[in-house]
Design a protein around this ligand. Structure first.
Ligand code: ATP
Ligand code: MG
Length: 357
């Protein structure tokens, strides 16, 4: 059965980087048997301009029908002053909510060729290849009650509630165990079970799921130790699963281990494995239209799309290997070039990946 891929180019460098990923899709269709139909729709500022809403109904309808969505980036100075409901970022938040994308997958992958880009010693990070699975729609960011109130002594206090239901923990757990099965079979669940009841339940549910995934070994770590271990010896990790707040912090920390925002992909998945894939970086209006953006984060997001939503793991491996190869050939966009190193543009980088396939 043919897969349906919806492409949302978005704003700023979005259309430029997505165009390079699309070249890779075309090559996979032509030469490697990928059976996929590709459609396009508008999201973000381009949708506001053309259709008067950051997430038009027609885009949402097509997103619901697609098996996977590849997004460039949304937003830019042009739309910063408009009414809140019309802001491009609202479109992104809305599509995530409408599609029920509760599992956020963020790999931290450092190609050995780029080990110099990290702030850490090469022996600590070279070859780093880990994945953080973050719960995205629950926990303290959404728990009720929440708010600001005035205490009896007249002093204001702010409060939030950290809540996780067994059902929520189970579904993020399943997403993480499945991801670990597709990688190296090691899952570390990060919590604060020595202090938090919600974490105690989290740990219990993870343990309960473990026997269903005999090919995955499960371990647990407190979040403070996990932060330390990420910086001290990140290569000990394969997959980390954690809640919304801890995941927010740890995934940014892990991302910076790699040192390059132009190289980082992400995925947000629903219960059926359908997902929205996008680079971690934004629309970079400062370099838009100059053939200077690094398309590799988007191409690596496409690799994730192939692996997690289309179950085309072999093609995903192939795309990632092609990216490694162009880096090995010394090709660098400006963001990943060392001092004095020659640079290539967005389109040349995309062409090189296709050639390396
Ligand atoms: P957002 O709020 O959408 O996250 P932002 O303003 O925080 O956006 P980015 O748009 O990611 O951040 O840009 C941050 C910096 O990184 C900018 O200087 C931008 O040019 C650079 N940058 C981002 N993405 C890329 C890329 N793909 N290639 C090269 N440079 C990039
Ligand atoms: Mg930002």
């Amino acid at each position: 059965m043919s897969h349906r891929i919806l492409i949302l180019p978005g704003d700023g460098i979005g259309p430029e980087i997505v165009a390079e990923a699309e070249k890779v899709v075309t090559a996979l269709q032509a030469d490697f048997g990928l059976d996929a139909e590709v459609e396009h729709a508008r999201l973000g500022g381009q949708a506001v301009d053309a259709e008067g809403a950051p997430l038009p109904e027609s885009t949402l309808a097509r997103a619901r029908e697609a098996d996977a969505i590849l997004l460039g980036a949304v937003g830019g100075p042009k739309w910063e002053a408009i009414d809140r409901p019309l802001r491009p970022e609202r479109g992104l938040l809305a599509i995530r909510a409408e599609l029920g994308l509760f599992a956020n997958l963020r790999p931290a992958l450092l190609f050995p060729e780029l080990a110099g880009a990290s702030a850490l010693r090469p022996e600590v990070v070279a070859g780093l290849d880990m994945l953080i699975v973050r719960e995205l729609t629950g926990g303290i960011y959404f728990g009720e009650p929440r708010g600001l109130r005035i205490r009896e002594d007249g002093v204001r206090e702010g409060f939030n509630t950290l809540r996780y239901g067994e059902d929520e923990i189970e579904r993020i757990g399943r997403a993480a165990f499945t991801a670990a099965q597709r990688r190296n079979g090691r899952l570390c669940s990060v919590d604060k079970a020595n202090v938090l009841e919600s974490s105690e339940l989290w740990r219990e549910v993870m343990e309960r799921l473990a026997p269903e995934y005999p090919d995955v070994s499960l371990s647990h770590m407190y979040v403070d130790n996990a932060a330390m271990q990420l910086v001290r010896a990140p290569k000990q990790f394969d997959v980390i699963v954690t809640g919304n707040l801890f995941g927010d912090i740890l995934s940014d920390c892990a991302a910076m281990l790699t040192g390059s925002i132009g190289m980082l992909p992400s995925a947000s998945l629903d219960e059926t494995g359908k997902g929205l894939y996008e680079p971690v970086h934004g629309s970079a209006p400062d370099i838009a239209g100059r053939d200077a953006a690094n398309p590799l984060a988007t191409i690596l997001s496409l690799a994730m799309l192939l692996r997690y939503s289309l179950d085309e793991g072999a093609l995903a491996d192939r795309v990632e290997a092609a990216v490694g190869r162009v880096l090995g050939q010394g090709l660098r966009t400006p963001d990943i070039a060392g001092e004095g190193e020659p640079v290539v543009g967005t389109t040349a980088m995309g062409d090189a990946v296709v050639a390396a396939l």
